[in-house]
Design a protein around this ligand. Structure first.
Ligand SMILES: Nc1ncnc2c1ncn2[C@@H]1O[C@H](COP(=O)(O)OP(=O)(O)OP(=O)(O)O)[C@@H](O)[C@H]1O
Ligand SMILES: [Mg+2]
Length: 438
């Protein structure tokens, strides 16, 4: 957990901090908060101290919380050049009209999917209603208590209407060996490192999966244990089964052994993914090149699908079938995102990028050149492309993919001109899958 608190704890008197943690006769039923990013911009040192204290609570142990001073103004300045986290807590000392004006300015720089909790200093029902109408998740009147902060966040993330926090991205190859796992791992790495959002890579290629090798991890337990007894999987067990690769990236590793056959049950796969998505904002599923009942279900039920294809005829035929299948069964979802990989193998006759895109009626969103040296070094060292060479074109492609998938593709400057209220921005969490962005 990070805490960039721009104040020192224990200074001055803070009545909210002195209050006992559990003043109610009933213990709080706040549930643990998923691995989300929370950034608070406070006006009042006391509020900052309370949020800081809340961030140390066991229920926020997995969340990444930063607390800064400066209120809405500082937040707007900050997010002009940075992507917004899962949740922003914003404090304002202003009256109704000015506070609403400030929040509208914040909306202009908010990424879709970001939720907002406002802490105000006026107890005003009209303001409260107006904030909810604009999509603000909670309005809390200062002085806030530690438990109030925990409960407000917990309510947002355990409300059945809000849905689970996580989105599933299924990475599927048009043909075996097209590089789907490589694209999956590198894109997940980019989401985690560039966007600082928590990601789990779920390696569903149980016998042959390479995610462990690619991240230099050899855990004893992993996804096979979860799939064997999905009903036992909860946030505590999940924590034990995940191997941590970096601050924001964890791995649900495949055993990569052949001592047993892995005939997966579609229901078990769904249960496991449901538990992960309740706890983590992004799940990158490495789907092996199969079309079994479970693999088909995982792909068709994912929030986003990334198809990786190499520019040859078999890849083209299979990619077309995949795209047709996805469009037919998911008419209200975004089209899958096509990655053309291993383009430009020396002396290999290839279908051109333009012809490939036209044939399957889908413009490739990333074109990754064949580079035996770069990809071979990364694979053999257990590193990501970004780690081998962050200047490489492929590294940039993976960052772009991460931006597209997480809806951070638009330039902040362009967005600033759209005076959309927070409501429009926030509601996109649910509806973004329906926009034909790609
Ligand atoms: N653009 C590229 N240039 C060179 N080599 C690449 C490129 N992309 C992937 N590779 C290499 O191709 C090989 C196969 O990649 P990967 O395992 O990601 O494919 P896959 O589609 O997941 O295969 P499988 O069908 O076995 O799951 C790996 O050795 C990887 O390093
Ligand atoms: Mg693979």
């Amino acid at each position: 957990m990070t805490s960039d608190a721009a104040y020192s704890l224990g200074q001055g008197t803070n009545p909210a901090l002195d209050r006992p943690l559990e003043p109610h006769s009933e213990p709080s039923r706040a549930r643990p908060i998923p691995r989300i990013n929370i950034q608070a911009f406070c006006e009042d040192q006391d509020t900052a101290a309370v949020i800081q204290k809340a961030s140390e609570d066991r229920r926020l142990a997995k969340a990444h919380v930063t607390v800064q001073m400066g209120g809405v103004q500082a937040a707007v300045a900050f997010y002009r050049n940075a992507s917004t986290p899962n949740l922003i807590i914003i404090e304002s000392l202003l009256d109704r009209t000015d506070l609403l004006g400030d929040l509208d300015r914040l909306a202009e720089v908010c990424d879709p999917g970001t939720k907002v909790v406002a802490v105000g200093h006026i107890n005003d029902v009209l303001l409260y209603r107006e904030l909810l109408r604009r999509g603000v998740s909670e309005y809390v009147v200062a002085p806030v208590s530690v438990l109030q902060v925990i409960e407000s966040i917990s309510t947002i993330y355990t409300d059945p209407q809000t849905g689970p926090v996580g989105q599933v991205i299924a990475f599927v190859g048009a043909k075996g060996g097209s590089g789907s796992s490589t694209v999956c791992h590198n894109t997940a790495f980019a989401i985690a490192s560039a966007l600082k959002s928590d990601v789990v890579i779920a390696d569903f290629d149980l016998p042959f999966g390479t995610a462990g090798l690619d991240f230099n991890q050899d855990p004893i337990q992993g996804i096979a244990d979860a799939l064997a007894t999905p009903e036992r999987l909860d946030e505590v067990l999940l924590d034990r089964l995940l191997s941590r690769c970096s601050d924001h990236l964890s791995l649900f590793a495949a055993p990569g052994t052949l001592d047993r056959a892995y005939d997966l049950d579609p229901q078990s796969c769904e249960t496991v993914l449901d538990v992960v998505r309740e706890n983590v904002p992004w799940i990158a599923v490495d789907v092996p090149h199969l079309w079994t009942a479970w693999a088909k279900q995982v792909v068709l039920r994912a929030d986003h699908v990334v198809i990786t294809a190499a520019p040859d005829l078999a890849n083209l035929r299979n990619a077309k079938n995949l795209v047709d299948q996805l469009k037919a069964t998911r008419p209200n979802d975004r089209a899958p995102l096509l990655v053309l990989n291993q383009v430009g193998v020396p002396k290999r006759p290839e279908i051109s990028v333009k012809d490939f895109g036209q044939a399957i009626e889908l413009e490739p969103k990333a074109i990754i050149e064949f580079d035996a040296q770069l990809f071979g070094t990364a694979a053999n060292n257990g590193q990501m492309i970004e780690e081998v060479s962050d200047k490489a074109k492929a590294a940039e492609q993976f960052r772009n993919l991460a931006n597209l998938l997480t809806d951070r593709s638009e330039q902040k400057s362009e967005r600033s001109s759209i005076l959309a209220p927070i409501l429009g921005r926030l509601r996109l969490t649910k509806t973004s899958t329906k926009r034909d962005v790609w």
